[in-house]
Design a protein around this ligand. Structure first.
Ligand code: APR
Ligand code: PHB
Length: 395
């Protein structure tokens, strides 16, 4: 098989990249190790920055998003039984976010790719990226449709959109790589529940018992998260225990109530900050979770992946139109500027709202002072609102 751009992974990064390249008249092939149902069912992120929504619309993938997505003009911070709303448009000159799950983004992009785009191979597992430092990189992959079960995809460029556990990163020589990592002694127990959200915007709660988040997937489906110790198994928590604990952590001084309902999905997500530098080696480029991971507290994961693939598609189009490799050569630095701002914001939101095991009274008072600062200072509140609603895509 031959193509211009070999894309490994059909998550939000790989699928959107294939779409952006198709719109730019550049052919690609997407290799995805899992089946379509897995990709479309995998519950992860739910917040689209305005820039992300604009890119999806411009790529022709925004019609259902605009019909079913929920526009949110703010979030609520809850601490010490108090409620503080952060007003995004007032603080950012009109920016807001869209609540629309990455499962739905992937469904929309898969449908488009199968209808109009290049080959999207499911159950096609990339085994290795070879020749990344040559002009003819290739991806060796396993697929039941190939003779002998294996084949090679020959490309001009390879983009690793294969997530944190993928293979693309391994093709960057260790001697040229720097990685930066922070792990956390806690994770999130996330649930989907068939009950209307108990608030019309997201609620981020800091409590002495631990963090809790109220989010949503639709007017009738709630998405909620509880901070749990690292290594927690979702099966350790009964539905009733989950609702009881959420109720404790969302407590307020007023008569706000958390509505309960049947839990339809339950899973634990570990927490990690991670950056792989550089995000390019020869003709191999890394995008999305293949290059960086953020704690989900800042809702940045999907939006960072979008920024990376927009940057790559723009750079390759520039190369094809002008012959100049300058934007491709700047790819890693351009993406990393945005990545590190998102890492800083996600780390700040995580340490602001989660109570680490062994936290003392000093850390508790520090967190409450940081929250008080945001609640009483327009400057501090603006920093949060600007970061939450999104950083510009670098040129
Ligand atoms: N060969 C082919 N596909 C692979 C391989 C491989 N060797 N290894 C992993 N994959 C696939 C996975 O099955 C997955 O579908 O790559 C895809 C990676 O997708 P994500 O993990 O969602 O990563 P990305 O597209 O970068 O999305 C980043 O989106 O879902 C949100 O917040 C989430 O931070 C995440 C963000
Ligand atoms: C979600 O709805 O899944 C979600 C929302 C906000 C976050 C993280 C996850 O910060």
């Amino acid at each position: 098989m031959r193509t211009t751009v070999g894309i490994i992974g059909a998550g939000p990064a790989g699928l959107l990249l294939a779409r952006l390249l198709h719109v730019a008249g550049i052919d690609s092939v997407v290799l995805e190790s899992r089946d379509r149902a897995y990709v479309e069912r995998r519950q992860r992120a739910g917040i689209l920055e305005q820039g992300t929504a604009d890119v999806l619309r411009a790529a022709g993938a925004g019609e259902r998003m605009d019909r079913e997505g929920l526009r949110h003009d703010g979030i609520e911070l809850r601490f010490d039984r108090r409620r503080h709303r952060v007003d995004f448009p007032a603080l950012t000159g009109g920016r807001s976010v869209l609540v629309y799950a990455q499962t739905e983004v992937c469904k929309d992009l898969i449908a488009l790719q199968l209808r109009e785009g290049g080959p999207l191979l499911f159950e096609a597992e990339a085994l290795a990226v070879e020749g990344a430092d040559t002009d003819t990189p290739r991806v060796r992959f396993r697929h039941q449709g190939c003779e002998g079960g294996e084949d090679v995809l020959e490309c001009e460029y390879v983009v690793g959109c294969d997530g944190f556990w993928g293979v693309a990163r391994k093709a960057v020589p260790a001697g040229l790589t720097q990685t930066f990592e922070r792990t956390y002694p806690f994770g999130w127990l996330g649930i989907l529940a068939d009950v209307p959200p108990s608030h019309d915007e997201l609620v981020y709660a800091r409590h002495d018992r631990g963090f809790a988040l109220l989010s949503m997937r639709s007017p009738s489906v709630s998405r909620l998260y509880l901070q749990v110790p690292d290594g927690t198994d979702a099966g350790e928590w009964s539905d009733e225990d989950i609702w009881d604990e959420l109720e404790r952590r969302f407590e307020t001084a007023d008569d706000w109530r958390l509505e309960r309902g049947p839990i339809t999905q339950k899973s634990v997500t570990p927490m990690r900050s991670y950056v792989h530098e550089p995000m390019r080696h020869g003709r191999l480029f890394l995008a999305g979770d293949a290059a960086h991971i953020v704690p989900p507290t800042g809702a940045k994961g999907l939006n960072l992946a979008v920024g990376d693939v927009v940057t790559f598609a723009r750079a390759l189009s520039h190369r094809k139109e002008t012959g100049s490799p300058e934007l491709l050569d700047a790819y890693s630095d351009t993406c990393l500027r945005r990545v590190w701002q998102a890492e800083r914001f996600s780390y700040d939101m995580t340490t602001l709202l989660h109570r680490a095991p062994g936290a003392t009274g000093f850390e508790d008072r520090l967190q409450l002072a940081r929250l008080e600062r945001i609640a009483s200072s327009r400057a501090a509140e603006t920093d949060l609102a600007e970061a939450y609603t999104g950083f510009p895509f670098g040129r």
